[in-house]
Design a protein around this ligand. Structure first.
Ligand SMILES: Cc1cc2nc3c(=O)[nH]c(=O)nc-3n(C[C@H](O)[C@H](O)[C@H](O)COP(=O)(O)OP(=O)(O)OC[C@H]3O[C@@H](n4cnc5c(N)ncnc54)[C@H](O)[C@@H]3O)c2cc1C
Length: 469
């Protein structure tokens, strides 16, 4: 349906966004008796935001389940979150998300989503993360089907470009797009679930400078932070450092947007990473890859031209998930350097110095082994083996931004808080747009979907209740 047919219509609950958080909210609000509209900026075939790229959700559980091994108790989940964020989290909201995570996963199952155990070679998540059978696309399709069955009206190509908010009270959303005149859609309550601002390079440039032009965006081009900006301009309380984000090192040949999971390069712990000057810049073996992969986006972002190159030899091939792009290959390090556009003499010296510094040890990439360098700066503290077995391989890396953490402050009922210290009258937030309440920095694989599912359902329930009053 053309959204302009909606001009002047009113709903109980208007949901801005069309990913996991929005859909969980819309289904819940509709089942609570509210008339609900979803305004999704993307066209139908691109619906579902970053959620459609996902693979799993982190959930607590006291005993093994059909898809999760052992137990993952609430306190351990919280400890993990505290560790990665360095305590920069709202502990009350974190406890709420964790405590509700099991219920949220069962709820997703009740909508028709199927789960599967982690596959071998994934990031050691068999105990902590339930994997979606069919991935994020299956999740998104299941939830859209549930929303339509529950009577939710879904509008695609319907970007929210304006919000009529007076003194913290939402009155209407303005929808633009498709070259048509803007439409005004009124609502008794608003759920904002429109993601972060990671796809807005101009906004990223405000904090990262020209380096932002070299960032690749792993997910949807539609998360441009328009709704977030409108809310902040309307006096919402902000949370999160605008420079904090989830960023991994991905193949430099990935598309500017939407490359998804297959562009990630997991070869780093098996080799060395050099910059455009052919110099190493960080310990590639600092810790297990699942605990370190999310720092490499920022590390590469800090290098000249935002480029890094992973160099490996033939030994580790088959030990990491093969990226979608083939490696650059050569029979000598000098030739490899030439193919990468690096100075062959410097790269040869970097590799030789690394090889000389490698101490004998028992290589085992499943433990923090004793293969390390000595007398080298920066050190490689585990899995350091000489790079000496041709053919040599390289993957060039760029920062791949997953999502940003700047967002709006919420309370335990998902109600958006205003900068003047009062709660908004009828605006609720869920997902990436409020994830900064829990993620001050760092990341715990799978918690993005947990935050969206738990807060989406809370926002839907509360928005429906608010609309009835
Ligand atoms: C490649 C990749 C893999 C990932 N893997 C995982 C994983 O396995 N597990 C995990 O937990 N997390 C993962 N994440 C993170 C995860 O995608 C997010 O945390 C989660 O999807 C956020 O859900 P959301 O509903 O808040 O946002 P999204 O799913 O991004 O939805 C935002 C929605 O808002 C819409 N929108 C934006 N602007 C407007 C506007 N102005 N008006 C109307 N609509 C608008 C967008 O079109 C989109 O539909 C991954 C991310 C990426 C990019």
């Amino acid at each position: 349906m053309n959204h302009n047919e909606l001009n002047g219509e009113s709903f109980d609950v208007v949901v801005a966004g069309g990913g996991n958080a929005a859909l969980c909210a819309a289904v819940t609000a509709s089942r609570a008796g509210a008339r609900v509209a979803i305004l999704e900026a993307a066209p139908r075939h691109m619906r579902g935001g970053n959620s459609r790229h996902t693979r799993n959700i982190r959930t607590m559980h006291e005993a093994p389940t059909d898809v999760l091994v052992e137990a993952y108790p609430e306190d351990e989940y919280l400890d993990d979150l505290m560790r990665v964020t360095g305590g920069v989290t709202d502990e009350g909201l974190a406890r709420l998300v964790i405590a509700e995570s099991g219920v949220a996963v069962r709820w997703l199952g009740n909508q028709g989503l199927r789960f599967q155990p982690a596959l071998g070679g994934t990031l050691s998540l068999a105990r902590t993360n339930a994997h979606f059978l069919g991935g994020g696309k299956a999740l998104v399709n299941v939830l859209y089907r549930a929303a339509e069955a529950a009577g939710v009206r879904v509008f695609y190509d319907a970007p929210v470009t304006g919000l009529d908010i007076e003194g913290g009270r939402f009155r209407a959303a303005i929808v633009g797009g498709s070259g048509a005149p803007p439409a005004r859609i009124e609502g008794r309550a608003l759920v904002v679930a429109a993601g972060g601002f990671e796809a807005n390079i101009d906004w990223l440039r405000e904090y990262w400078g020209a380096a932002a032009d070299n960032f690749l965006i792993r997910g949807t081009p539609y998360n441009r932070g328009e709704v977030l900006r409108l809310l902040l301009d309307a006096g919402a309380a902000r949370v999160g450092d605008p420079k904090q984000c989830h960023a991994v090192a991905i193949d430099g040949r990935a598309p500017k947007f939407d490359g998804g999971i297959v562009t990630r390069v997991d070869a780093v712990p098996f080799g060395i990473v050099v910059n455009q000057g052919a110099e190493r810049f960080y310990d590639e073996g600092e810790d297990f890859w699942p605990k370190r992969y999310a720092i490499w986006g920022r590390l590469v972002a800090a290098q000249p031209d935002q480029i890094g190159h992973v160099i490996i030899d033939a030994k580790p091939v088959g030990r990491f998930i093969p990226p979608v792009f083939p490696p650059v290959m050569a029979d000598s390090i000098g030739e490899l350097a030439t193919r990468l556009g690096l100075d062959p003499v410097v790269l040869q010296e970097t590799v030789s110095a690394f090889n000389r510094a490698c101490q004998p040890g028992e290589f085992d990439h499943n433990v923090l082994d004793d293969c390390r360098t000595e007398g080298l700066a920066p050190a490689k503290t585990h899995w350091a083996r000489p790079i000496d077995t041709p053919p040599f391989r390289a993957y060039s890396l760029r920062p791949g931004i997953t999502f940003t953490y700047l967002g709006v402050k919420v309370d335990a009922t998902a109600r958006m808080q205003m900068a003047n210290g009062h709660p908004s009258d009828n605006i609720f937030a869920a997902g990436e747009i409020m994830a900064g309440n829990l993620l001050g920095k760092g990341y715990l694989a799978g918690i993005g979907m947990t935050i969206g599912a738990v807060f989406g359902r809370i926002a839907g329930r509360e928005a429906a209740a608010r609309a009835r009053n």
